[in-house]
Structures are given as C-alpha cells and as structure tokens.
Design a protein around this ligand. Structure first.
Ligand code: ADP
Ligand code: ZN
Ligand code: ZN
Length: 746
C-alpha cells in the first residue's frame, strides 16, 4: 500500500481505529482502502490490515478524524471482510468493557468473542437454504377455500426476506403439507435466509408453554418478582436441587419471548446442554440456537449468525455464549451460577456469570442467577442488597430431600475403596429395582504405580505430579501435562516385576463392581469413557431410561442431570478436598457434595446419600449435615470476613512461568518492586511464591497476589502497573499473565 496517501486527505475523511487480533494493549489507526471513504466502513466490521511484516485480521472500533500516528507511517486496510458490522455498537462496548475489566488486550478479547471461523479472514457463511418465501404470484393470490394454506401464505407474504424453517414451525406448528401445496401451485418457494447482515426484523415467537406443572407458591412468587422487574435487576434464584428452578426459567422465558425479546441462557457444561435443550424444545416453540465448544466450527458460526441476526430467539450456551450479539435481549439466565467452568481459565480470563450481570445492566433487562449452592460471592451480593434473593426451599412435586449419612471409614476394611456399609446399601437398593450412583472424582485405574521392591513411583518427568495408571489404554498418563507412555512391565529403577497400582480411580472401581454385581448393567461416566462425540448424551439418556442400574463417575455426573430412578448416592472419597490449601476448597467441596447428593430421590422414591470419610467430625461436613448449605455458607462467609478474603476483598493474580529455574520468581520480584510504590496503602501484595504445583509441563511457576478492599483500588493499581510490565524487557522463555477475580490456585 502506498504509505503517503494520508498526507493529502480531506479532513472529513478520517481514519479507521482497528483492534488487531494480537496480544497488544493498544489499537492502531489505518487508512481506508483506496477510493473508499472511512465512514463507509462502520465499526464492528472485520478488516485485514498490514501488520508488522505480515498481515492480521482486525475489527474496526471507530472512525476517527485525527490520528496520533505520523501520517506518512499510516498504512491502508487491505481488505474489508464484512459488508456490514458483525458486532453492533452495544456489542463492541460490552466486549471492550470486559477486556478492560479483565485486563485483556482488546483485539484478543474481541476475537475470542467471535466464533472461531470468523477469527480468520473468512467471509461469513451463508445460512443454508432454510426458509420459504411467497412468490410474485403468491403475493397476489387469494386462497379462499384452503384456510391453512392461506394462513401460511399470509405469514410468508408479511416477510419479504422469507421466513426461517424454525420460525415457521414456531409460528404455525407443522405446516409441511400446506407448504408443499403452495409450492405446487407456484405460490411459495424455498429460499436462502439472508445472513445476519440484513436479517429481517425480529418477529415475536409464539411461546406457549406445553405441559407445564401448576407452579407451587415459591415458584409463583419467584416468577412474579422477576417478571415485575422494571429494567435491570439481578436475582439470585436459590433453590435446592429439584426445587423446580428450571420450571421458573421456562415460565420467564416464555413471557419474555412473547414480548418479542430474546433470551440468553448460560450453563456451565456442554454435558448439560442436551438435556436442557431437549426440555426447552419439548416445552417451547421458540427458534433456538445452541452454542458450545463441542460443535463444529461451521455449525457454531451458523448458530451464532441465527442468534445475532435475530432468527433464533432463545440462545442456550456455555460461557462464551455470553458474547453472542443479541439486539433484543430481554432476559439473561445463568444456571448453576456457582460453577467454576463459567470462568475462562486462560487467555481472556472472564467470568461469564459476572459478565452476565453487566450485560443485563447494559441491555436494561433482568438477570437470574440460579443455583442450589450459590457461590459465596453471590450470596454476599444478595445479603448486601445488590441482588434480590429468591428462595425455593423445598423440592417440587412430591419428591423429598435426600437423607445424608456419614460412613466413618477409619480402620474399616475397604474393597477397592468401597466400605461394607456402602456395599450393603447398594445391594438393598439394587434388589429393590432402583438405580445407584457412585461418585469418585478421579479417573483412570489408579493415581500412581509403585515398585514393591524399591519404592519407585510413577512421577511425571515434567510436573510435580504422578502419572495415573490407565488400564483401558494400557498407559501411564499425566493428567496435568498429558505426557504418557506404556505401563512398564518392570520397575524402571530396579527391574523388579512387582509393580503395584496404589489407590483407585473410576476404572478400578468399575472392575470391582462388575465382578461383585455381575449382570447388573453399569455405566462409567468420566472424561475417558465419553471421549467420543455424543457418547455422554447417549449414556445419560440410557441412564434416564433406567437401562443402567449402576452409574459410576466423576464430577461430570454431579452437574444438574435429572435421573429420576436414583435412590442411593455413594460418595467414595471426599477427604482430599477437605484439607485443600486453596481458601475456596471448603466451598467447592460443600457445593460438590450437595450437588451430587441432589441426584438422589428426585421423584417418587426417596433418596439416601452415603458419604465415606475419615474425618466425620470435620466442621464443614458437620455444618453441612446438621443444617444444610445455608448454614455452611453463613459460617464460611464469617470466616472469609474475618480473614479479609473475597468477597470481602478483591484479588488479581499475576502468574509467571519459565523452563528456567528462578526466572518466574525473579520476574515477579521485579513486579513487586514496581507495584509497591504504585499501590494504595490498603492494597496488600502477597508473594511472590511458587505455585501450588510448582513444576508443570516442564515450566516452573510462581505467582504474586494483589488484594484490595475495593474493586476500584484494585483496578487502579492494575491500570498503573500493567503498562509498565508490558514495557519491561523480559527473556523470551518467560511468560506471564494477569487473572482478575481468580478462582483457582490461591
Ligand atoms: P431444578 O432445576 O431446581 O433442579 P426442575 O425444574 O428440574 O428443578 O424440577 C425437578 C422436577 O420437579 C422435574 O421433574 C420437574 O418437572 C418437577 N417439577 C417442577 N416444578 C413442579 C411443580 N410445580 N409441580 C410438580 N412438579 C414439578
Ligand atoms: Zn523398583
Ligand atoms: Zn506431567
């Protein structure tokens, strides 16, 4: 591009300020392509720009009249990728707000908010030929004697761009015969639905609820309170497992759709979406888009376009769906709001839950955070009045709360981790024709292999961790870095053949159970057994139909699944979480325990939960058992307050790692020296200290914690500190990052 075009420009022509897809804090100004005035390229459009010695994709943020860059250094945009904006002004504003808050470079944040295909210089996919429109003849036709066809044709005639198949079904129900007849007469035809760029204005979806149970008083009160919200308001829907939170969502969704607005529902796990999506489909007629990371790139982009273009009225997705452009947003729901997977742990480290609140605020609509075990942060916000606290205290319908029992396994003989008490109960429940769920949060056969002769253990070469024995794949695998090798036959150190697996994972418990309960159909559900696409859905659906009598799994099984036949839940080992070093460990354990327990007795048959522990008098367990999650949370919040920990303070974590010993610690010491004079007296700086697992994937890791009594103080420090850190010359092997409101590794 000729670099001198900028010098003789009309003053009203302007420059394009572009956020480039690169980890750089600043934006760059470009000239428009030759012969296109800048104002013809609106914000939100993707462009290709020359960058360094190559080229990059970027997004136009605004058109500016002046630039601080010397005009003769300015280059021109090479290509404009989109005919009109992918992100509207409000969407840009939201993502850039999030980028600032989480201290993520704007280009990186914007591009991680787009479907993966659009992060590359690819044009938008055209939506498949997925609709119908009236032909010229159809627009003029009178269909007096075919009322159904007339009805369909009238709807088609009202939408010049055609109507999406889903929308047609939503508005009119099954109408394939009428459409065929109309097509036969040349009055209607198949058409492509125009992509997002000039989608037809949104049509209100008919959103009658099918088969809704009569709401109980608590449900009705919750629906009424939320429906009465005038603009933005945040609600905590605090309802025990099985209390009918999803029914509350469904009613609110139906009402919002009927008002012609869109609804965004976030769930923590891909595994949860099929069940919830199925329930939404059975109960609502609205055109829906599902967005999660297990979709292929094309599928995902098309779903995104249908949402962004207003075709889909209900969007259900995992955390990144928070960035879906929705111009008519009228309600945001975050289900299982306490769940850790709503926080992105690398790159753009945002909390989809917290962003949901911000997004609803910008859109001026209510947001509902639902959980049986609300995060302490959320409970705190409910107590100080920022969120409104709605409770569903009892299970809906006829189900009663499960009974929780502790099995003290100190000095008890265990059969692959299973106590006599648990096995006896299992027999009784299986004999009675019920289902049993066993929970063990450790996959693989056993967490370590040892040599009985010399004491060798299967350490990972790259991490401060042991390699797990996987029998199914006959390999030792490190769960932290993925390193793997065949299970050795002889000790690598003394060559003894007497190698023994120590402890148990799900594979090993499965083996024992298959012997002990021969002939009882069993499903193991963990990351290994559900690797194949669709396998998790298949296993869960079969479990729901009662085809498996024993379900054994990791925390994948703890999440919101509705499995009505389960009467007994056995928790094999909770102890390793009781004494974790992270200050959130007790909160996480309590949530997990209550969530797993919530799988028991969800319908007519009452449920029992048996927790095996060597610490039956641990304060968290006793508080939880005596008076439930609420009492536990009260105690935990009091402790946090006394210790000045979140939510009574705000944190950011600076992490650094390098393959070189000491490099991360040295860097963070330098950071500390820079930060100290910038920090207000009330800000505390902790560390630097080695990370919990100091060596991981061959890199030695350290961290520095910033803690402040207010968000403003913390953000102020980050704002002053980070530009200086970015300007530091650091060795190539050193990586560092910042995590605002960190959730792990504390
Ligand atoms: P949650 O989302 O709180 O776990 P769900 O909405 O899944 O609870 O409800 C649990 C079960 O109770 C479901 O089978 C649901 O159909 C049923 N249910 C919910 N509300 C009612 C009600 N008001 N009357 C009868 N059954 C209900
Ligand atoms: Zn040995
Ligand atoms: Zn490793």
């Amino acid at each position: 591009m000729p670099p001198d075009r900028g010098t003789d420009r009309d003053s009203d022509q302007g420059y394009l300020r572009v956020a480039v897809a690169a980890p750089l804090a600043e934006m760059f100004d470009y000239l428009p392509p030759p012969s296109v005035p800048a104002r013809r390229i609106p914000p939100g459009v993707r462009v290709v720009v020359p960058f360094a010695r190559g080229s990059r994709v970027g997004i136009v943020i605004r058109v500016v009249a002046e630039t601080a860059q010397p005009p003769d250094k300015l280059k021109a945009v090479t290509r404009v990728l989109d005919p009109s904006p992918l992100l509207a002004a409000a969407d840009l504003k939201f993502v850039l707000w999030a980028a600032t808050y989480y201290r993520c470079p704007p280009g990186e944040a914007l591009f991680s908010a787009l479907p993966a295909r659009l992060r590359r210089p690819e044009p938008l996919l055209e939506l498949a030929p997925a609709g119908w429109r009236a032909t010229e003849a159809g627009l003029a036709a009178e269909l007096g004697r075919a009322p159904r066809q007339a009805e369909v044709l009238a709807l088609l005639a009202s939408a010049p761009g055609g109507i999406d198949d889903d929308m047609l079904r939503a508005r009119l129900g099954g109408c394939a015969a009428a459409l065929r007849a109309l097509a036969g007469k040349g009055l209607a035809e198949r058409c492509r639905i125009v992509p997002i760029v000039d989608a037809a204005p949104a049509q209100p979806a008919s959103a009658t609820l099918r088969g809704a149970p009569v709401p109980n008083d608590a449900q009705r009160a919750a629906v009424e309170a939320i429906a009465a919200a005038d603009g933005f308001e945040c609600f905590l829907l605090d309802g025990v497992t099985g209390s009918g939170k999803t029914e509350v969502y469904l009613r609110l969704i139906a009402q919002t759709l009927e008002r012609g607005r869109q609804v965004l529902v976030l769930v923590p796990e891909i595994g949860l979406t099929p069940q919830l999506a199925g329930r939404f489909r059975r109960r609502l007629d609205a055109p829906m888009a599902i967005l999660h990371s297990a979709l292929g790139e094309r599928e995902r982009e098309l779903a995104w376009q249908r949402a962004a273009g207003g075709v889909a009225r209900l969007v259900l997705g995992t955390r990144s769906a928070i960035f879906t452009p929705l111009s008519d947003l009228g309600l945001v729901i975050v289900d299982e709001e306490h769940d850790l997977s709503l926080k992105q742990q690398d790159g753009f480290r945002y909390s989809a839950r917290d962003l949901a609140v911000r997004r609803a605020q910008l859109a001026g609509c209510p947001v509902v955070l639902g959980s049986a075990t609300p995060a302490l942060e959320t409970l705190h916000n409910a107590r100080n009045g920022r969120y409104r606290h709605l409770r569903l205290p009892r299970r809906a319908g006829t189900a009663v709360d499960p009974k929780i029992l502790l099995a003290d396994i100190r000095a008890q003989p265990l059969e692959t981790g299973l106590s006599h008490a648990l096995l006896t109960r299992m027999e009784a429940d299986l004999d009675a024709g019920n289902q049993v769920l066993l929970f063990l949060n450790r996959r693989g056969f056993s967490p370590v292999l040892t040599c009985h002769e010399c004491g060798w253990v299967s350490d990972c070469k790259h991490c401060d961790a042991r390699m797990t024995v996987h029998r199914g794949r006959a390999r030792l695998i490190c769960h932290h870095c993925g390193a793997n090798r065949p299970v050795p036959v002889h000790c690598p150190y003394c060559e003894s053949p007497d190698l023994r697996p120590l402890g148990q994972g799900t594979e090993r418990v499965e083996q024992t159970l298959r012997q002990r309960f021969a002939g009882v159909p069993l499903a193991r559900i963990d990351r290994d057994s559900t690797r194949r696409k669709g396998e998790l859905e298949r296993l869960l659906a079969a479990a729901e139909r009662g085809e498996y009598r024993i379900l054994l799994g990791t925390q994948m099984l703890a999440k919101g699944h509705h499995l009505p036949g389960i009467t007994l839940v056995g928790i094999l080992d909770l102890d390793h979480g009781l004494y974790g070093s992270d200050f959130r460990a007790p909160e996480r354990m309590a949530q997990l325990l209550v969530q797993v327990a919530g799988r028991a007795g969800r319908e007519q048959r009452p449920g029992t939960v048996l927790v095996q522990t060597r610490h039956p008098s641990h304060p968290m367990l006793t508080a939880l058992l005596r008076s439930g999650y609420r009492a536990f949370a009260d105690g935990a919040l009091a402790e946090r307050e006394a210790a000045g920990l979140p939510p009574f303070s705000h944190q950011a974590l600076l992490r650094a790692d390098s393959p070189v010993e000491q490099a991360a610690m040295d860097f963070l010491r330098e950071v500390l020296a820079i930060a100290r004079p910038l920090a207000a007296p009330a800000v505390e700086l902790w560390g630097p200290a080695p990370a919990q697992m100091e060596r991981r994937a061959g890199r030695i890791r350290a961290q520095l914690l910033l803690q402040a009594p207010s968000r403003a103080l913390l953000q102020g420090l980050l704002g002053a500190l980070l530009p200086r850190l970015r300007a530091l010359k650091t060795p190539r092997h050193l990586r560092w990052s910042v995590d605002v409101d960190p959730q792990e590794g504390l």
